[in-house]
Design a protein around this ligand. Structure first.
Ligand code: FRU
Length: 489
């Protein structure tokens, strides 16, 4: 395929050929294919005319672009939602031989600005979609009632919907036997961070450390504004779900000091899990919109605007006695690895030293020993006048990503910023897994319990990678680095 060479064009992150995208929607695995739908404006590079764009992949790395799946209608826009494979044809929208894929989404009515839940279905594996004639399937005459995420609750053989009452800072749970008739079960919230509206909830069980006997449920809710570093962002709650209600493990006040953030960077929003992936109890797979509502309409890209994070495995791990949501990019990304460097036990003198590693699409796996330094780290996309800094500050025990001098930053006053998160060292060492693309950096620190997802807009010439130490000498215990091939070829 030609194209995908414009300045800042993601090389191994998903972006539409042209026009605006926001949230991933309707993520579904069926028949060997990963489906990705997404909030899309078919007519321009600003938010509007919301429809569902569509792409498919066999490996979550290479994506084939498909025609728009669900178009805006006279009645309203097609907002975020989910999709399921209705294997038993509980909905009756397919047949026993041809079970349907069913999308459950929010219709945003143009005349009233109210929101209600609608269905669409496909009996040809997602090639074409029909709107369900009995829509809406769930309407409470509310203005901020959106983003239904539906999953199969096997213990009671029923579908569960988790949906946001955005302005109330609540999520509501509903149940259905057929996807068409829904019964209210319970509400959760306000809790945790509540400064902004609540959007895009998701709920799923995970075994702690892969042990099926220790199961917890994760409730994820996004928030806009009031995210961890301003603007939009996501939080999670750990607890139990009994088929009726979500009970957090410990009481959670409606106060941001209780919030557990999904990501400490500025650009991870509206993440949602794939329905029906293998090994679901061990880990879920999800992807987020790599952007922030603060400046999403102003990011300097053309002819597209908006991209996704890397698809990630999400699991629950007990670390130092506490449960954490841990994220790691999907293993299939290793097929993109090309040129390789392996550096070991290299002293990091005070100051900044360039490494032989260069590139603007890179994967770096680093271990750093802080030694006598009070600040230490890596720099990527280093050019004559710019750099993106990924570091650690010993005194505060904080990892940080500093994009203040990362390249183009002036398109929004709050873009140039330094973001940080608490993370204790392991025997004086820091583990970093870093992914660099033409307009992003994603940092997975520690075991992946601290993640930073950040857009950056450096000069294409800025390909340097460096290490630095301040206050004393440190050590690069090991660095494995690869250039990554474009997934757009
Ligand atoms: C989140 C969101 C959703 C809504 C969609 C509209 O980014 O605001 O709540 O369904 O975007 O595009």
């Amino acid at each position: 395929m030609t194209g995908f060479q414009e300045p800042y064009r993601p090389q191994y992150h998903f972006s539409p050929r042209r026009n605006w995208m926001n949230d991933p929607n309707g993520l579904l695995y069926a028949n060997g294919l990963y489906h990705l739908f997404y909030q899309y404006n078919p007519f321009g590079d600003q938010w509007g005319h919301m429809s569902w764009g569509h792409a498919v992949s066999r490996d979550l790395v290479h994506w084939e672009h498909k025609p728009v799946a669900l178009w805006e209608t006279e009645e309203g826009m097609v907002f975020s939602g989910s999709a399921v494979y209705d294997l038993e044809n509980t909905s009756g929208l397919g047949t026993a031989d041809t079970p349907p894929l069913v999308a459950i989404y929010t219709a945003h009515y143009k005349s009233t600005e109210k929101q209600a839940q609608h269905l669409a279905y496909s009996t040809d594996w997602g090639q074409s979609w029909q709107l369900y004639p009995g829509n809406p399937v769930l309407d409470i005459e509310a203005r901020d009632f959106r983003d239904p995420k539906v999953f199969w609750y096997a213990p009671e053989a029923k579908w569960i919907m988790v949906v946001a009452l955005a302005a109330e800072r609540q999520v509501h749970f509903y149940a259905s036997k057929n996807l068409r008739e829904w019964t209210f079960l319970s509400a959760f919230g306000p809790a945790g961070a509540v400064e902004g509206v609540w959007e895009c909830p998701d709920l799923f069980p995970l075994a702690v450390d892969g042990d099926p006997r220790i199961l917890y449920w994760v409730l994820k809710v996004d928030l806009n504004p009031g995210g961890p570093v301003g603007g939009s962002g996501g939080q999670y709650f750990i607890g139990h779900f009994d088929g009726q209600r979500f009970i957090p493990e410990a009481p959670v006040g409606a106060d941001r000091t209780h919030a557990r953030w999904l990501d400490y960077g500025a650009d991870f929003y509206a993440a949602t899990t794939w329905f029906g992936t293998p090994q679901e109890d061990k880990h879920r797979l999800w992807v987020g919109w790599m952007n922030n509502w603060l400046y999403a309409q102003a990011v300097p890209t053309s002819p597209w605007r908006g991209q996704l994070s890397l698809p990630r495995q999400v699991s629950l791990r007990r670390i130092d006695g506490q449960l954490y949501l841990v994220q790691t990019p999907v293993p299939s990304l290793s097929t993109l690895r090309r040129q390789h460097w392996d550096i070991q036990n290299r002293p990091i003198p005070e100051g900044t030293s360039l490494l032989p590693v260069r590139g603007k699409t890179l994967e770096l796996i680093a271990e750093l020993a802080v030694g006598k330094a009070w600040r230490v780290g890596l720099k990527v996309r280093v050019g004559e006048h710019e750099e993106t800094v990924i570091g650690y500050e010993v005194a505060t025990q904080r990892v940080f990503v500093d994009r203040r001098h990362s390249g183009l930053v002036a398109f929004h006053p709050e873009f140039a910023a330094r973001h940080e998160a608490q993370l204790p060292l392991r025997a004086g060492k820091l583990q970093l897994h870093v992914w660099v693309d033409w307009s992003s950096v994603e940092v997975f620190a520690g075991e992946g319990q601290v993640v930073f997802t950040e857009l950056i807009f450096p000069d294409p010439e800025s390909e340097g990678v460096a290490v630095f130490a301040e206050g004393g000498e440190a050590q690069l215990v090991s660095l494995k680095a690869w250039t990554l091939a474009s997934a757009q070829g």
